[in-house]
Write a protein that binds this ligand. Structure first.
Ligand code: NAD
Length: 472
């Protein structure tokens, strides 16, 4: 049920205040207070309670921006972040502890020395979020940054302005204001942020903007974590449970109206089972939307007319046949979950990222052919899904890489917030979530310590060199 709450009108952050916010955050890091575990735990608890207290505003903002149903908003945005906070709070002390190194990492020759790895915060980081999961994809990396002891400036997507304003209030009112700040805005504000020196940039969004971020970061040798898009393939063979595969793949394209980076872009399916699979897709549609998708209170809408028209253009340009769905209404930003049977791998339905509720079906003669096609379309997608026998699924894993993979389902490798998630190659660099979130913002600093009394025993290193002494 939609909750009536007031949300401040979207306001971009003044450009001239951006360097000051960055400098304030850097200054706070230099006080060393963020290195104390206790300080980090307090900030994580504050974030937890802020998200809990702002639940009504967050739900209303998600409904306003994306028409996101409360059910989806709670599971994949609000409770997701709460669980992240709790997981980080629970494990932080053990993750942050120095790691002592002994045998076999330290060979006997160096056994007189002490080696350890200190887990140090990288410093002051920039987190830039996309529009599709505006709460989760901004706050989950922030949980990692706080846990690691970093200070941060975060930039929500301007395409979800209600969420951006709630996030601004929530962070600035509840967290340490010197350590954390929110910059709202679009390209000029992001460029102003990218002109600052950061200790890491964590970017989630399209590969086009990911390249802009990476180039800018390279100028100052700033490390980046890039969580980018993907033209994700699904493989369906004769050995799959077809009804299940159809239902699960449909589900993948109904969540957030398919505006999910991990969802399948196209399905490579054995040609002999295509008609049955289409029938099962229709059954799944009918089960999920007994009165049609348009009437469903659960289906999100496309974020704005630009993205609506981008998806519509893919459907206008395809030479394929719509076999399920196809309705749309710009006035309501509604696009029906739609499957298109295409006859060429050059079709825009395969070559472009749909990032919406539409996907292609392409009939293949064999798994060999499917693997050749998928590897040619995108060598390193963010996800892949395989519905086949155990041997076929293993073959798919073996012969095609991806950021993550789910067998016999859609994107569950990315739907559990405690396991590492990230792309590979041009679908992303680096990963986060669970312990990986802590690691993402941490410098693993090896420290060696040599006792003074050992000097006589390790004299051999000093000049003049003498092989004879070394062999003793
Ligand atoms: P986007 O790249 O357009 O925007 C992301 C962020 O970059 C926003 O905050 C935006 O303000 C900023 N931005 C946009 N254009 C910019 C420019 N020219 N210069 C500097 N900053 C700019 O992405 P989006 O449309 O918000 O999200 C959709 C894309 O993100 C899809 O490609 C999707 O696959 C990808 N995505 C990836 C993941 C992941 O975890 N790998 C998650 C969600 C979305």
């Amino acid at each position: 049920m939609a909750t009536k709450v007031s949300i401040a009108e979207f306001q971009a952050t003044a450009l001239d205040s951006i360097p000051k916010l960055a400098s304030l955050s850097r200054g706070t890091f230099r006080t060393h207070k963020t290195k104390k575990i206790q300080w980090r735990l307090v900030q994580l608890r504050k974030l937890y309670w802020a998200v809990e207290d702002y639940r009504p505003q967050l739900l209303a903002a998600l409904r306003q921006d994306l028409h996101k149903a409360d059910f989806e908003a709670i599971i994949s945005e609000i409770d997701w972040v709460l669980k992240d906070c709790l997981f980080m709070i629970k494990h932080l002390e053990s993750w942050a502890k120095d790691e002592k190194l002994g045998s076999p990492a330290v060979p006997p020759t160096f056994s007189l020395m002490k080696f350890r790895i200190r887990k140090e915060p990288l410093g002051t980081v920039l987190i830039i979020g996309p529009y599709n999961y505006p709460i989760q994809l901004l706050l989950a990396p922030l949980v990692g940054a706080i846990g690691a002891g970093c200070t941060a400036v975060v930039k929500p997507s301007e395409l979800t302005p209600a969420c951006a304003m709630v996030l601004k209030e929530l962070i600035e009112k509840r967290l340490d204001t010197g350590a954390f700040a929110v910059v709202n805005g679009s390209i000029p504000e992001t460029n102003a942020l990218l002109n600052e020196k950061w200790d890491k940039i964590f970017f989630t969004g399209s590969d086009v903007v990911g390249k802009i971020v990476a180039v800018k970061a390279a100028e100052t040798l700033t490390p980046v974590c890039l969580e980018l898009g993907g033209k994700n393939p699904a493989f369906v063979t004769k050995n799959a449970n077809l009804a299940l595969a159809a239902r699960r793949l449909m589900w993948g394209k109904t969540q957030n109206s398919g505006q999910v980076c991990m969802s399948q872009n196209y399905v490579l399916i054995d040609k002999d089972i295509v008609p049955t699979f289409i029938e099962f897709l229709k059954v799944a549609y009918k089960d999920m939307f007994p009165n049609g998708a348009r009437a469903s209170p659960d289906l999100a809408r496309i974020v704005n007319p630009r993205h609506f028209n981008r998806i519509k253009k893919m459907l206008d340009n395809t030479k394929g046949t719509i076999v399920m769905g196809g309705q749309m209404d710009e006035s309501d930003l509604f696009i029906e979950p739609t499957a298109v049977l295409v006859n060429s791998t050059d079709d825009s339905m395969i070559q472009e990222e749909s990032f919406g509720p539409i996907f292609a079906l392409y009939p293949v003669n064999s798994l060999d052919e499917a693997l050749n096609i998928a590897n040619a379309v995108h060598r390193t997608p963010l996800s892949l899904f395989s519905f086949g026998s155990k041997a076929e699924n293993n073959r798919v894993l073996n012969e095609m890489t991806s950021g993550g993979a789910t067998l016999n389902d859609t994107y569950f490798h990315g739907s559990v917030n405690t396991v590492p998630f990230g792309g590979v190659g041009d679908s992303g660099w680096g990963s986060y979530r669970g312990k990986a979130s802590f690691d993402c913002f941490t410098h693993f600093r090896t420290v060696a310590e040599t006792p003074s009394w050992a000097d006589s025993l390790i004299r051999v290193r000093y000049m003049p060199y003498d092989w004879g002494k070394l062999r003793m």
